[in-house]
Design a protein around this ligand. Structure first.
Ligand code: FES
Length: 356
Protein backbone atom coordinates (compact mmCIF):
# COMPACT_ATOMS: atom_id res chain seq x y z
CA UNK A 1 0.00 0.00 0.00
CA UNK A 2 1.38 3.44 -0.88
CA UNK A 3 2.13 5.96 1.87
CA UNK A 4 -0.71 8.20 0.58
CA UNK A 5 -3.19 5.37 0.88
CA UNK A 6 -1.92 4.63 4.37
CA UNK A 7 -2.84 8.12 5.53
CA UNK A 8 -6.30 8.27 4.05
CA UNK A 9 -9.42 6.21 4.02
CA UNK A 10 -12.09 6.34 1.36
CA UNK A 11 -15.79 6.75 1.81
CA UNK A 12 -18.77 7.34 -0.49
CA UNK A 13 -20.67 10.58 0.03
CA UNK A 14 -24.46 11.02 -0.03
CA UNK A 15 -24.57 11.83 -3.74
CA UNK A 16 -22.65 8.77 -4.66
CA UNK A 17 -19.47 10.78 -5.07
CA UNK A 18 -16.14 9.72 -3.70
CA UNK A 19 -14.16 11.54 -1.01
CA UNK A 20 -10.86 10.81 0.58
CA UNK A 21 -10.67 11.64 4.29
CA UNK A 22 -7.45 12.26 6.12
CA UNK A 23 -6.72 10.81 9.59
CA UNK A 24 -6.71 14.38 11.02
CA UNK A 25 -10.36 14.81 10.03
CA UNK A 26 -9.87 16.87 6.85
CA UNK A 27 -11.27 15.64 3.55
CA UNK A 28 -10.50 16.47 -0.02
CA UNK A 29 -12.75 16.05 -3.06
CA UNK A 30 -11.64 13.67 -5.72
CA UNK A 31 -12.04 14.07 -9.43
CA UNK A 32 -15.20 11.97 -9.87
CA UNK A 33 -17.29 14.43 -7.81
CA UNK A 34 -15.97 17.98 -8.09
CA UNK A 35 -18.90 19.33 -6.03
CA UNK A 36 -18.38 17.17 -2.98
CA UNK A 37 -17.96 18.97 0.35
CA UNK A 38 -14.20 19.29 0.69
CA UNK A 39 -14.51 19.50 4.50
CA UNK A 40 -12.06 21.37 6.69
CA UNK A 41 -8.35 21.25 5.99
CA UNK A 42 -6.27 19.57 8.70
CA UNK A 43 -5.53 21.87 11.62
CA UNK A 44 -2.02 23.22 11.62
CA UNK A 45 -0.70 24.37 14.97
CA UNK A 46 0.82 27.83 15.14
CA UNK A 47 4.24 28.53 16.50
CA UNK A 48 2.69 29.81 19.74
CA UNK A 49 0.80 26.50 20.16
CA UNK A 50 3.98 24.48 20.29
CA UNK A 51 6.55 26.95 21.61
CA UNK A 52 5.82 28.43 25.02
CA UNK A 53 8.52 31.09 24.57
CA UNK A 54 6.80 32.35 21.37
CA UNK A 55 3.49 32.37 23.24
CA UNK A 56 5.08 34.44 26.03
CA UNK A 57 6.41 36.90 23.42
CA UNK A 58 2.92 37.30 21.97
CA UNK A 59 1.53 37.79 25.46
CA UNK A 60 4.07 40.56 26.11
CA UNK A 61 3.23 42.24 22.75
CA UNK A 62 -0.47 42.24 23.56
CA UNK A 63 0.19 43.56 27.06
CA UNK A 64 2.46 46.27 25.62
CA UNK A 65 -0.30 47.45 23.24
CA UNK A 66 -2.89 47.53 26.02
CA UNK A 67 -0.47 49.43 28.28
CA UNK A 68 0.19 51.93 25.50
CA UNK A 69 -3.55 52.41 25.18
CA UNK A 70 -3.78 53.14 28.93
CA UNK A 71 -0.96 55.70 28.71
CA UNK A 72 -2.61 57.35 25.69
CA UNK A 73 -5.89 57.65 27.61
CA UNK A 74 -4.03 59.28 30.52
CA UNK A 75 -2.38 61.55 27.92
CA UNK A 76 -5.83 62.45 26.58
CA UNK A 77 -7.05 63.51 30.02
CA UNK A 78 -3.86 65.45 30.78
CA UNK A 79 -4.04 67.22 27.38
CA UNK A 80 -7.65 68.15 27.99
CA UNK A 81 -6.80 69.73 31.32
CA UNK A 82 -3.37 71.20 30.55
CA UNK A 83 -3.44 72.58 26.99
CA UNK A 84 -5.11 75.98 26.58
CA UNK A 85 -7.97 75.97 24.10
CA UNK A 86 -6.44 78.76 21.98
CA UNK A 87 -2.94 77.28 21.74
CA UNK A 88 -1.79 77.09 18.09
CA UNK A 89 1.17 74.87 17.22
CA UNK A 90 3.05 74.05 14.04
CA UNK A 91 2.91 70.36 13.21
CA UNK A 92 4.48 69.15 10.01
CA UNK A 93 2.87 68.39 7.51
CA UNK A 94 -0.43 69.86 8.76
CA UNK A 95 0.89 73.38 9.36
CA UNK A 96 -0.59 75.53 12.14
CA UNK A 97 -3.27 73.66 14.05
CA UNK A 98 -5.00 73.82 17.40
CA UNK A 99 -2.64 72.17 19.92
CA UNK A 100 -5.54 70.94 22.03
CA UNK A 101 -7.41 69.33 19.13
CA UNK A 102 -4.24 67.74 17.82
CA UNK A 103 -3.31 66.28 21.21
CA UNK A 104 -6.84 65.00 21.88
CA UNK A 105 -7.10 63.42 18.44
CA UNK A 106 -3.68 61.85 18.63
CA UNK A 107 -4.04 60.38 22.11
CA UNK A 108 -7.57 59.11 21.56
CA UNK A 109 -6.55 57.63 18.21
CA UNK A 110 -3.57 55.84 19.76
CA UNK A 111 -5.68 54.58 22.69
CA UNK A 112 -8.34 53.06 20.41
CA UNK A 113 -5.87 51.75 17.85
CA UNK A 114 -3.81 49.96 20.51
CA UNK A 115 -6.88 48.26 21.99
CA UNK A 116 -7.85 47.05 18.50
CA UNK A 117 -4.34 45.99 17.51
CA UNK A 118 -3.84 44.20 20.86
CA UNK A 119 -7.13 42.33 20.54
CA UNK A 120 -6.32 41.24 16.98
CA UNK A 121 -2.85 40.06 17.94
CA UNK A 122 -4.30 38.20 20.93
CA UNK A 123 -6.89 36.49 18.73
CA UNK A 124 -4.41 35.57 16.01
CA UNK A 125 -1.65 34.21 18.18
CA UNK A 126 -3.01 33.07 21.54
CA UNK A 127 -6.72 32.29 21.29
CA UNK A 128 -7.63 28.85 20.02
CA UNK A 129 -7.74 28.73 16.22
CA UNK A 130 -9.19 25.24 15.83
CA UNK A 131 -11.79 25.30 13.03
CA UNK A 132 -15.24 24.26 14.14
CA UNK A 133 -18.07 23.17 11.83
CA UNK A 134 -21.46 24.08 13.23
CA UNK A 135 -24.14 21.83 11.81
CA UNK A 136 -27.43 23.43 10.88
CA UNK A 137 -30.52 22.04 12.47
CA UNK A 138 -34.12 22.20 11.28
CA UNK A 139 -35.68 25.61 11.93
CA UNK A 140 -39.22 24.28 12.22
CA UNK A 141 -40.31 23.45 15.76
CA UNK A 142 -41.40 19.94 16.65
CA UNK A 143 -45.17 19.22 16.82
CA UNK A 144 -44.91 18.99 20.65
CA UNK A 145 -43.33 22.45 20.90
CA UNK A 146 -45.93 23.90 18.54
CA UNK A 147 -48.76 22.38 20.57
CA UNK A 148 -47.21 23.70 23.77
CA UNK A 149 -46.90 27.23 22.38
CA UNK A 150 -50.49 27.22 21.15
CA UNK A 151 -51.67 25.98 24.52
CA UNK A 152 -49.72 28.73 26.29
CA UNK A 153 -51.17 31.29 23.91
CA UNK A 154 -54.70 30.07 24.56
CA UNK A 155 -54.14 30.10 28.29
CA UNK A 156 -52.73 33.63 28.09
CA UNK A 157 -55.84 34.77 26.23
CA UNK A 158 -58.08 33.19 28.84
CA UNK A 159 -56.16 34.69 31.75
CA UNK A 160 -56.23 38.17 30.23
CA UNK A 161 -60.03 37.82 29.85
CA UNK A 162 -59.84 39.53 26.48
CA UNK A 163 -62.61 37.32 25.15
CA UNK A 164 -64.92 37.90 28.10
CA UNK A 165 -64.33 41.65 28.64
CA UNK A 166 -65.60 42.88 25.31
CA UNK A 167 -65.52 46.52 26.37
CA UNK A 168 -61.82 46.28 27.15
CA UNK A 169 -61.08 44.40 23.92
CA UNK A 170 -62.97 46.82 21.68
CA UNK A 171 -61.52 49.94 23.22
CA UNK A 172 -58.04 48.41 22.95
CA UNK A 173 -58.57 47.77 19.24
CA UNK A 174 -59.82 51.34 18.84
CA UNK A 175 -56.80 52.76 20.63
CA UNK A 176 -54.39 50.69 18.55
CA UNK A 177 -56.13 51.71 15.34
CA UNK A 178 -55.97 55.42 16.20
CA UNK A 179 -52.38 55.60 17.45
CA UNK A 180 -50.81 55.62 13.94
CA UNK A 181 -52.86 58.72 13.14
CA UNK A 182 -50.44 60.83 15.19
CA UNK A 183 -47.74 59.83 12.69
CA UNK A 184 -49.96 60.84 9.79
CA UNK A 185 -50.54 64.26 11.36
CA UNK A 186 -46.78 64.75 11.68
CA UNK A 187 -46.44 64.39 7.90
CA UNK A 188 -47.70 67.96 7.77
CA UNK A 189 -44.26 69.04 9.01
CA UNK A 190 -42.74 67.86 5.73
CA UNK A 191 -43.94 71.11 4.25
CA UNK A 192 -46.55 72.09 1.70
CA UNK A 193 -47.29 69.67 -1.13
CA UNK A 194 -45.31 70.49 -4.28
CA UNK A 195 -48.49 70.76 -6.37
CA UNK A 196 -47.54 71.23 -10.03
CA UNK A 197 -44.26 73.03 -9.24
CA UNK A 198 -42.17 70.10 -10.45
CA UNK A 199 -43.93 70.17 -13.81
CA UNK A 200 -42.98 73.76 -14.60
CA UNK A 201 -39.68 75.56 -14.92
CA UNK A 202 -38.63 79.19 -15.29
CA UNK A 203 -38.64 78.84 -19.08
CA UNK A 204 -41.45 80.63 -20.90
CA UNK A 205 -42.08 81.84 -24.40
CA UNK A 206 -39.47 84.44 -25.35
CA UNK A 207 -37.05 83.66 -22.46
CA UNK A 208 -33.55 84.49 -23.69
CA UNK A 209 -31.01 81.72 -23.27
CA UNK A 210 -28.23 82.98 -20.99
CA UNK A 211 -24.73 81.54 -21.05
CA UNK A 212 -24.06 80.32 -17.49
CA UNK A 213 -20.38 81.23 -17.72
CA UNK A 214 -20.66 84.79 -19.10
CA UNK A 215 -24.25 85.56 -18.04
CA UNK A 216 -24.80 87.00 -21.54
CA UNK A 217 -27.60 86.03 -23.93
CA UNK A 218 -26.48 83.51 -26.51
CA UNK A 219 -26.54 83.97 -30.27
CA UNK A 220 -26.58 81.04 -32.72
CA UNK A 221 -23.00 81.83 -33.78
CA UNK A 222 -21.82 81.36 -30.15
CA UNK A 223 -22.66 77.66 -30.37
CA UNK A 224 -20.08 75.87 -32.48
CA UNK A 225 -20.10 72.28 -33.69
CA UNK A 226 -18.36 70.06 -31.16
CA UNK A 227 -18.84 72.34 -28.14
CA UNK A 228 -21.34 72.08 -25.28
CA UNK A 229 -22.62 75.27 -23.68
CA UNK A 230 -24.38 75.34 -20.33
CA UNK A 231 -27.15 77.87 -20.02
CA UNK A 232 -30.17 79.06 -18.05
CA UNK A 233 -33.24 81.22 -18.65
CA UNK A 234 -33.01 85.01 -18.39
CA UNK A 235 -34.43 86.51 -15.24
CA UNK A 236 -32.89 84.04 -12.78
CA UNK A 237 -30.89 85.90 -10.18
CA UNK A 238 -28.06 83.74 -8.74
CA UNK A 239 -28.32 85.74 -5.49
CA UNK A 240 -32.03 85.25 -5.01
CA UNK A 241 -33.46 82.89 -2.43
CA UNK A 242 -35.15 80.53 -4.88
CA UNK A 243 -32.30 80.42 -7.41
CA UNK A 244 -31.19 76.91 -6.45
CA UNK A 245 -34.74 75.57 -6.67
CA UNK A 246 -35.30 77.12 -10.10
CA UNK A 247 -31.93 76.30 -11.65
CA UNK A 248 -32.32 72.69 -10.50
CA UNK A 249 -35.23 72.41 -12.93
CA UNK A 250 -34.31 74.88 -15.67
CA UNK A 251 -30.58 74.29 -16.34
CA UNK A 252 -29.94 73.39 -19.97
CA UNK A 253 -27.08 72.56 -22.30
CA UNK A 254 -26.80 73.46 -25.98
CA UNK A 255 -24.94 71.57 -28.66
CA UNK A 256 -24.68 72.18 -32.39
CA UNK A 257 -24.76 69.23 -34.76
CA UNK A 258 -24.43 69.05 -38.51
CA UNK A 259 -28.08 68.81 -39.66
CA UNK A 260 -27.40 65.46 -41.38
CA UNK A 261 -26.16 64.04 -38.05
CA UNK A 262 -29.51 64.61 -36.32
CA UNK A 263 -31.38 61.32 -36.41
CA UNK A 264 -34.61 62.39 -34.73
CA UNK A 265 -36.84 64.56 -36.87
CA UNK A 266 -38.77 66.11 -34.00
CA UNK A 267 -35.52 66.91 -32.27
CA UNK A 268 -34.26 68.74 -35.38
CA UNK A 269 -37.55 70.69 -35.61
CA UNK A 270 -37.29 71.78 -32.01
CA UNK A 271 -33.76 73.08 -32.51
CA UNK A 272 -32.46 75.98 -34.53
CA UNK A 273 -30.09 75.39 -37.45
CA UNK A 274 -28.69 72.26 -35.82
CA UNK A 275 -28.55 73.82 -32.33
CA UNK A 276 -30.31 71.54 -29.83
CA UNK A 277 -31.16 72.56 -26.30
CA UNK A 278 -31.66 69.80 -23.71
CA UNK A 279 -32.24 69.77 -19.97
CA UNK A 280 -28.88 68.95 -18.43
CA UNK A 281 -30.45 67.41 -15.32
CA UNK A 282 -30.00 63.65 -15.52
CA UNK A 283 -33.29 61.78 -15.49
CA UNK A 284 -31.85 59.21 -13.08
CA UNK A 285 -31.37 61.18 -9.88
CA UNK A 286 -30.49 64.61 -11.10
CA UNK A 287 -26.75 65.05 -11.59
CA UNK A 288 -25.67 67.31 -14.47
CA UNK A 289 -25.21 65.07 -17.52
CA UNK A 290 -22.72 67.32 -19.27
CA UNK A 291 -19.73 65.17 -20.19
CA UNK A 292 -19.96 65.56 -23.96
CA UNK A 293 -18.32 63.33 -26.52
CA UNK A 294 -18.40 65.33 -29.72
CA UNK A 295 -17.65 62.48 -32.17
CA UNK A 296 -20.58 60.33 -31.03
CA UNK A 297 -22.78 63.20 -29.72
CA UNK A 298 -23.17 61.33 -26.45
CA UNK A 299 -23.71 63.13 -23.16
CA UNK A 300 -22.57 61.16 -20.14
CA UNK A 301 -23.72 61.61 -16.57
CA UNK A 302 -20.69 61.20 -14.28
CA UNK A 303 -22.72 59.96 -11.32
CA UNK A 304 -23.85 56.54 -12.57
CA UNK A 305 -22.76 56.63 -16.22
CA UNK A 306 -26.14 57.13 -17.86
CA UNK A 307 -25.42 57.98 -21.49
CA UNK A 308 -27.74 59.98 -23.73
CA UNK A 309 -27.58 60.27 -27.52
CA UNK A 310 -28.10 63.98 -28.20
CA UNK A 311 -28.35 63.31 -31.95
CA UNK A 312 -31.34 61.04 -31.33
CA UNK A 313 -33.65 62.97 -29.01
CA UNK A 314 -31.33 62.33 -26.02
CA UNK A 315 -32.36 58.68 -26.03
CA UNK A 316 -30.87 56.67 -23.14
CA UNK A 317 -28.11 54.43 -24.51
CA UNK A 318 -26.77 53.10 -21.25
CA UNK A 319 -27.14 53.37 -17.49
CA UNK A 320 -29.92 53.60 -14.93
CA UNK A 321 -31.72 56.67 -16.34
CA UNK A 322 -35.19 55.67 -17.44
CA UNK A 323 -36.10 58.59 -19.64
CA UNK A 324 -34.51 60.77 -22.37
CA UNK A 325 -33.39 64.27 -21.41
CA UNK A 326 -36.30 66.66 -22.12
CA UNK A 327 -35.68 69.01 -25.04
CA UNK A 328 -36.50 72.74 -25.06
CA UNK A 329 -37.89 74.25 -28.24
CA UNK A 330 -35.79 77.20 -29.32
CA UNK A 331 -35.54 79.79 -32.11
CA UNK A 332 -33.62 82.97 -32.85
CA UNK A 333 -35.51 86.23 -32.23
CA UNK A 334 -35.48 89.39 -34.36
CA UNK A 335 -32.37 90.70 -32.59
CA UNK A 336 -30.52 87.47 -33.37
CA UNK A 337 -30.57 86.01 -29.85
CA UNK A 338 -31.60 82.47 -29.05
CA UNK A 339 -34.81 82.20 -27.07
CA UNK A 340 -37.25 79.54 -25.86
CA UNK A 341 -40.58 78.90 -27.52
CA UNK A 342 -42.07 78.01 -24.17
CA UNK A 343 -41.52 75.74 -21.16
CA UNK A 344 -40.42 72.10 -21.46
CA UNK A 345 -43.36 69.97 -22.48
CA UNK A 346 -42.56 67.43 -19.73
CA UNK A 347 -41.03 67.59 -16.23
CA UNK A 348 -37.25 67.80 -16.09
CA UNK A 349 -34.96 65.92 -13.71
CA UNK A 350 -35.37 62.51 -12.05
CA UNK A 351 -38.28 60.66 -13.55
CA UNK A 352 -38.99 58.21 -10.71
CA UNK A 353 -41.60 60.41 -9.02
CA UNK A 354 -43.64 60.58 -12.21
CA UNK A 355 -44.27 56.87 -11.98
CA UNK A 356 -45.68 57.08 -8.42
S1 FES B 1 -27.72 60.71 -11.73
FE1 FES B 1 -27.14 60.45 -13.74
S2 FES B 1 -26.80 58.36 -13.92
FE2 FES B 1 -27.40 58.60 -11.88
Amino acid sequence: MSSHTEHTEARDDAQGGHLTESREGGAVAVADDPFADPGLPPHEPRRQDVDERAAKRSERTVAFLFTLSMLATVGFIVSYVAIPIDEIVFIWPFGHVSGLNFALGLTLGVALFCIGAGAIHWARTLMSDVEVAEERHAIEATPEVKAHVLEEFRKGGEESQIGRRKLVRNTLFGALALVPLSGVVLLRDLGPLPGTKLRHTAWKEGSLIINEATMQPLRPEDITVGSLTQAMPEGLDPHSEDFNVEIAKAAVMLVRLEPEDIKDERSADWGYEGILCYSKICTHIGCPATLYEQQTHHALCPCHQSTFDLSDGARVLFGPAGHPLPQLRIRANDEGFLEALGDFDEPTGPSFWERG
